[in-house]
Design a binder for this molecule. Structure first.
Ligand SMILES: Cc1cc2nc3c(=O)[nH]c(=O)nc-3n(C[C@H](O)[C@H](O)[C@H](O)COP(=O)(O)OP(=O)(O)OC[C@H]3O[C@@H](n4cnc5c(N)ncnc54)[C@H](O)[C@@H]3O)c2cc1C
Ligand code: HEM
Length: 390
């Protein structure tokens, strides 16, 4: 379920008959829930059908499929369940379709993936697989695949960009700031994210958020936190070498500072969500009249606020900017507010007259946005990337 769906469920249970798209999504969700306990077998069936049907697709995936056997499958099911939100979903799918060019995905592969998906779910659903359920899956997958294929076919820019590591700075044991110089500028906007592939983990692409607005010299800074048992993040933090080459996918996401920023801004960042916030601040700073901006930056403990000093320094030199640190556990004399970001931000009120940008893990986004809606912040003033997965 997406942050959007969870937020909608938390805040306002629908009090009207379900639309056609909502019924489709209900059928898809219920039929997938019934086969989910067999996700491992289903994943194996999916990939073996795909690789039999279109053997050339095997080379697009990591050599060791055990590492992430169900990644594409998980993503597919996640996305297909969101066809009841076309306004948000279609722009996301267009970006995803353009992004898939970097894997070498061709138009004909979409049929093969669709057949493998349906065959796997039908097989494990057994007698519960009805014509009505099949119709729901075929329709939803078709909608998703079409949007991705059309956007990929229309794109004329590069499928990916090469970048050289020019700096790798460790900040504590689990975090590194990596600076990449790309051969051609990557056309991202401050606040967006890109996927990257490193030489340490070929074909394991991961999303990272640039921590600076685009620069003339084409350098991009990434903040990478090593997660427990993480294949890519641990290798990046521990083993990145200056001079190595990374591949970078096209920009994705909808985080941006509104052009007509006549309202004040509120930015809420958790964990490495501070990276896109820094990029956004970098952008705001270049404007002739930066709007007043309040930033809340949060973590579980003071150590998690790894970049707070830089943000505070920026706030001393920029009169339009104010930064408040937030930690979940009480720490004496840290000067931080205590609580989750959702607790602390809503303690200040509804922020109804601000444009609000929220960035962090899906669970942090979900709790912060839903609490703000309850506190009275209008939904259309809040921007976050709703389709990211844990
Ligand atoms: C839109 C977006 C932007 C992102 N931006 C950044 C960024 O700027 N910097 C950054 O460091 N990361 C960022 N991430 C997370 C990043 O893409 C990877 O998911 C993360 O680095 C883990 O990859 P891995 O290969 O090391 O872990 P995997 O091998 O994929 O997973 C290993 C284990 O860690 C768990 N796990 C996966 N991701 C996380 C996570 N984020 N936190 C805690 N546990 C996790 C998995 O459930 C699994 O159990 C972003 C993710 C998204 C969706
Ligand atoms: C039509 C619907 C499709 C959707 C919604 C979709 C979605 C996604 C998403 C969101 C990811 C990233 C997962 C993550 O990193 O967390 C992904 C990865 C990937 N997709 Fe797709 N995809 C689709 C079709 C295809 C097709 C047709 C191919 C071609 C074979 C393909 C090949 C891949 C590969 C190779 C990866 C990376 C490998 C992996 O992480 O397992 N996808 N897909």
């Amino acid at each position: 379920m997406t942050a959007d769906q969870l937020i909608a469920r938390d805040v306002a249970p629908p009090n009207r008959p379900a639309t056609e798209a909502e019924r489709t999504v209900e059928l898809i969700r219920a039929s997938f829930a019934a086969v989910e306990p067999q996700a491992d077998e289903l994943g194996k069936h999916f990939y073996s059908t795909l690789f039999t049907r279109a053997p050339e697709t095997r080379d697009l995936f990591p050599v060791n499929m055990e590492v992430q056997r169900s990644r594409l499958l998980r993503a597919l099911v996640h996305v297909v369940q969101m066809v009841d939100q076309p306004d948000d979903l279609v722009p996301f799918l267009q970006q995803l379709g353009r992004d898939h060019r970097k894997f070498g995905v061709l138009s004909q592969h979409y049929d093969a993936v669709g057949e493998a998906l349906l065959s796997a779910i039908a097989t494990y659903a057994g007698d519960a697989w009805t014509p009505e359920i099949e119709k729901a899956w075929v329709g939803a997958y078709g909608t998703v695949a079409n949007a991705m294929q059309q956007a990929a076919a229309a794109e004329r820019g590069p499928a990916s960009w090469m970048g050289r590591v020019v700096d790798h700075r460790r900040i504590g044991w689990d975090l590194a700031v990596v600076t990449i110089a790309t051969s051609e500028p990557v056309p991202y906007q401050a606040g967006q994210y890109v996927s990257v592939e490193t030489p340490h983990r070929p074909r394991l692409w991961r999303y990272l958020s640039p921590a600076n607005a685009p620069r003339r010299d084409g350098t991009i800074e990434f903040h990478v936190r090593a997660v427990e048992n993480g294949w890519v993040s641990r290798a990046v933090v521990a083993h990145t070498q200056v001079g190595e080459t990374w591949r970078i996918g096209p920009p994705m996401g909808r985080m941006a500072v509104p052009d007509n920023a006549d309202r004040e801004l509120l930015m809420i960042a958790g964990g490495t969500g501070v990276a896109p916030m820094k990029a956004l601040l970098d952008e705001v700073r270049r404007r002739p009249n930066p709007p007043r901006t309040q930033v809340f930056v949060g973590g579980r403990t003071w150590e998690d606020l790894y970049d707070f000093t830089a943000l505070r320094k920026l706030s001393y030199s920029e009169p339009w900017l104010d930064v408040i640190p937030v930690v979940e556990t009480e720490e004496e004399a840290s000067g931080a507010e205590t609580g989750t970001l959702a607790d602390v931000v809503t303690r200040y009120g509804a922020w109804a007259d601000h444009d609000v940008l929220v960035c962090g893990s899906p669970s942090m986004i979900r709790s912060t946005v839903s609490r703000m809606l309850v506190a009275g912040t209008p939904l259309d003033r809040i921007t976050y990337d709703p389709f990211t997965m844990d």
